[in-house]
Ligand binder design. Sequence first.
Ligand code: DGY
Length: 335
Amino acid sequence: MTNSTAIKRPLGANDTPARIAVTCALAGPALDLLRTVAEVEVPDADRPLSADELRSLVAGADAVVVTVHDKVDRELLDAAGPALKIVANVAVGYDNVDVAACADRGLVVTNTPGVLTDATADLAIGLLMSVTRRLAEGDRMLRAGTSWSFRLDFLLGCGMQGKTLGIVGLGQIGRAVAQRARAFGMKVAYTGERASNEVEQSLAARYVSMDALLREADFVSLHCPLTPQTSHLMDAAAFDRMKPTAFLVNTSRGPIVDESALADALEAGAIAGAALDVFEEEPRVEPRLLAMDNVVLAPHLGSATLETRTEMAVLAARNVVSVLTGSGALTPISS
Ligand code: DGY
């Protein structure tokens, strides 16, 4: 008896079953989905793969599923070979993928927009609260057994109501942060490629230049993608423009901030504090930042809820299945 609803398994090179190389731990439902159309190879490693390991994993694959620290460059694509049809990035940011090189080879590249918007926006606000209300500092104090008692002037932070949040990059995540900021009673200014009337009305957000944003904002939150133009966007000159009472939050990509310039600015009191979820050379963190009480650090947790990471993995898997079965990508990236 044939099952007419079963997905037809595509064939890979030499009429062998298609093969999908997955570089990272992927939620079960996503793996199950991938296995409906192909053999799936997932390395048994709890760390990012080395370039050599990546090359040997992807050799001969029809599809590769990668994530933020897997560099997909011409060399890796050469190692994959002619059977490759799709690179599915399990992340919304895709600075790890050479999209032009993929386009040259006619490959589809996909990412996972939308499904991680709320989780990342929540974390940006959480980091902002943590650094402005000195939560991590207080937690460290208690764990160190430091003696304390309630005092009216003890560990005073900075309130959010009535303050201006400056959002750099008003894409889906930037907008979700703006909504949350409005709910906390903040004023919202934003900068980016262009102003949007619709955003200005629905979020009561004001478009300003980058220079004005740095000068006016009490809190600066980064939500732009990493590109050659945004690399080290937050450099010494940018920190000089910020208010000495201002805080920086980064949940986008580490290299947008010059970490050494940030540490200099914090040491000099040019800004009041920073909360970072991403770093220039992950997993390394600038050692001077590790020692600062007015810095809150998280290990790239923006999308790290069980629900969100599962949705990201499933969306990547759906992209792969759709491309391998000839229906086209659901969330393609164009170069
Ligand atoms: C992304 O999606 O770009 C995050 O950095 C990982 O969730």
